[in-house]
Design a binder for this molecule. Structure first.
Ligand SMILES: C[S@@+](CC[C@H](N)C(=O)[O-])C[C@H]1O[C@@H](n2cnc3c(N)ncnc32)[C@H](O)[C@@H]1O
Length: 262
């Protein structure tokens, strides 16, 4: 186990639980598990199930492999991973409420899935303990995406795969304009129609996505992946860039920087 591995519950709890960003994320997801699946699909114009499938294809789980799904939420990606192959899945999320949604999803299904409450910034697993790792809509919620990428890569075995799904801002002017209108007007309106909690999501999402890429432009995020020892980084923009699936492989040689072409 490396020096980075939190070895006790106290170590995990001592990570930056007090940061405003983390408190906001914990609060935001407290009221969302009910109707999460249907509403997250509706709020992305029905695109996000397609993005999740692309994410799982990018990581290509094989029978017998152990896959970690970080920010598993109500377990939609975990379910897709399990449906695709005979892999086993560990899902981790910091929100007990979202995890309760995942537990309800898998209850009595006999699925080979373990659900754990914990933080992406301090994973309670030894180095190289997974064949593959997925994460969805996570990096906007962490204080230090570069350090979090290092922590995620740490638990993947050399040669193992990592894939992520995040929202994006379309790069082309017309699509970007339409995205701006949708996130400024459409999303808040749809959210208000759904519930008080979803109204908050509708207001929050556009500025959160835009602000994230202003602080961490996409090429910089690709660098975070490479600095974490991930190589062959592939970026796939989907739905005109509204969704971004990234994938890579953990370098085989210890200490390799993974600076390779896309
Ligand atoms: C938008 S949901 C995505 C859930 C699910 N993966 C999906 O595909 O719908 C984002 C999830 O990230 C979790 N999350 C945010 N920050 C986290 C962190 N630092 N560590 C673990 N989970 C986190 C939230 O609790 C929430 O369940």
């Amino acid at each position: 186990m490396s020096a980075h591995t939190p070895s006790t519950v106290a170590d995990v709890a001592s990570t930056d639980l007090g940061s405003a960003r983390k408190r906001e994320a914990l609060e935001l997801f407290r009221g969302l598990p009910r109707h999460y699946d249907r509403l997250s699909s509706a709020l992305s114009f029905g695109q996000d199930p397609r993005w999740r499938r692309a994410l799982v294809s990018a990581v290509a789980p094989a029978s017998g492999e152990r896959v970690l799904d970080v920010a598993t939420g109500t377990g939609m990606v975990a379910a897709e991973l399990l449906a695709r192959s005979g892999c086993s899945v560990v899902g981790i999320d910091q929100s007990s409420e979202m995890l309760a949604g995942a537990r309800a999803r898998f209850a009595g299904s006999g699925a080979d899935v373990e659900l754990i409450e914990g933080q992406a910034e301090a994973l309670p697993f030894p180095d190289a303990s997974f064949d593959a790792l997925t994460f969805t809509y996570l990096l906007r919620y962490v204080e230090d995406p570069r350090a979090t990428m290092r922590e995620l890569a740490r638990v993947v075995r050399p040669g193992g795969r990592v894939a992520s799904l995040e929202f994006g801002v379309p790069p082309r002017p017309v699509a970007r304009e339409a995205w701006g209108l949708y996130t400024a007007i459409g999303l808040p309106t749809l959210g208000r129609l759904a519930s008080r909690e979803w109204a908050e999501v509708g207001r929050f999402l556009g500025p959160s996505i835009r602000g994230f890429y202003e602080r961490h432009p996409l090429p910089v995020i690709v660098d975070y992946w490479r600095q974490a020892g991930l190589e062959d980084v592939v970026v796939r923009r989907m739905s005109l860039g509204g969704g971004i699936v990234m994938s890579a492989r953990k370098a085989r040689a210890a200490g390799a920087s993974g600076v390779l072409g896309n």
